[in-house]
Design a protein around this ligand. Structure first.
Ligand code: GCU
Length: 389
């Protein structure tokens, strides 16, 4: 009952008084005002793939300097322990393995790999989860390791799982495992909070230990460490590795895909400020709001762009993913995540996809709010089926 009241109150605040309002997109006006990722810093337009490749490192460099902070250095991952978890101990899900990974200077985290049936190498969706691996499974099974640092605070107790799902969608805490493996995809899920706690007071020490400045960059590095492990697994199709994320983890999936050529497709849902939305598009969550509430996510320099436009913007981040398939999804009532700013970024990135001969990046606006729904997974799987064959 108390959980129900908490969910109802949060729902009413978020969607009627708080940040989530209906957004109507005037696509042609937005497209007309979009930047072009082929324009370099001096305003010259790039016209050849080789000129784009030559400019890429500059964009990576300025995204680190201005937005995300330094990306931790390489340091391949090593497996510390690996165990099969029977379906009876994994909330009824078959094909579950728990893998403890060590990377960098002794950073440890747990990966859960869920394999589909069948002998052929499987495509894999690499994703973070919000409240830890255990909470991603039905009933928080004890055989799945709990997080080392459970943040945000409501994640610390299963009591809040039902209101979490009621407010942020059925699949907010973990994906629809059965449906995804039935479509032939493996899932590699991890909790980034094991590496950098998602909590401003606790994050700086962990960031310093990893020689990182922002958690988004550190979590993108963690995606790469997961792929180190998947890269030597013969059951995984090395040409169909997908980075997937919603909201803060959508920001991470975009950066991971931009930096790691082993990633073959990226899906980012409602990733908003610091993700798919242009920083220079002043709508929804502001730079000052995000850097005040989540100072540990970014380079300390990002907060300067509260009042002036940054020298590098998010259409250039999306363009780094070209020519690989990219799906960006926003919600029509998710004004906080700035769907219009995301649309402009996708339009601004598109010329690079065209130049490199990739499929155009896909922008989808689904009905509804800031959440992970059936519709989000349907869009994801249909997109991957169509673009990753
Ligand atoms: C907050 C934050 C967003 C973020 C979101 C999420 O709303 O302001 O930038 O994307 O949390 O991760 O759900």
């Amino acid at each position: 009952m108390a959980a129900f009241v908490a969910a109802a109150a949060a729902f009413v605040w978020l969607y009627w008084a708080g940040p989530y309002r209906t957004v109507v997109l005037d696509r042609s006006a937005l497209a007309a005002a979009a930047p072009n990722a082929l324009d370099d810093a001096s305003g010259e337009r790039i016209t050849t793939p080789s000129a784009w490749q030559a400019r890429r490192p500059e964009i990576v460099e300025s995204l680190q300097a201005e937005v995300y902070g330094r990306i931790p250095a390489g340091a391949r991952a090593r497996i510390v322990a690996r165990a099969l978890v029977p379906a009876t101990d994994a909330g009824g899900i078959a094909g579950v393995e728990q893998i403890e990974i060590e990377a960098g200077d002794g950073v440890r985290f747990n990966l859960v790999l869920v394999m589909p049936r069948g002998a052929a190498p499987a495509p894999v969706i690499v994703m973070q989860n919000f409240c830890g691996n255990q909470a991603a499974f039905p009933g928080r099974p004890r055989a799945i390791a709990p997080p080392r640092n459970a943040y945000p605070i409501p994640c610390q107790s299963g009591f809040f799982d039902p209101p979490h799902r009621a407010v942020f969608g059925e699949w907010m805490l973990g994906p629809p495992f059965q449906r995804i493996i039935a479509r032939g995809y493996a899932l590699a899920i991890f909790y980034g909070g094991d590496v950098i706690p998602d909590h401003a007071p606790d994050a700086p020490a962990a960031l310093a230990a990893l020689h990182a400045e922002g958690a988004i960059a550190a979590w993108a590095w963690t995606h790469a460490r997961v792929i180190d492990v998947l890269a030597v697994d013969p059951r995984i199709d090395q040409d169909r590795i997908v980075a997937w994320g919603q909201s803060r983890f959508g920001k991470v999936a975009l950066l991971a895909g931009a930096l790691d050529p082993r990633i073959d497709a990226v899906v980012a849902l409602q990733s908003g400020r610091g993700g798919d939305a242009l920083t220079a598009h002043r709508a929804g969550e502001s730079v000052s709001a995000i850097t005040r509430t989540y100072p540990h996510w970014f380079s300390p320099r990002y907060r300067q762009y509260a009042l002036r436009d940054p020298p590098v913007d998010q259409h250039e981040l999306l363009a780094l993913i070209a020519p690989r398939p990219l799906l960006v999804v926003q919600g029509s009532r998710d004004s906080w995540a700035d769907p219009a700013g995301a649309y402009r970024a996708v339009v601004g990135a598109r010329p690079v996809f065209d130049l490199l001969g990739g499929p155009p990046p896909r922008f989808a606006l689904r009905a509804g709010t800031h959440s992970i729904t059936d519709e989000d997974w349907r869009l994801t799987l249909d997109f991957l089926d169509a673009r990753l064959r």
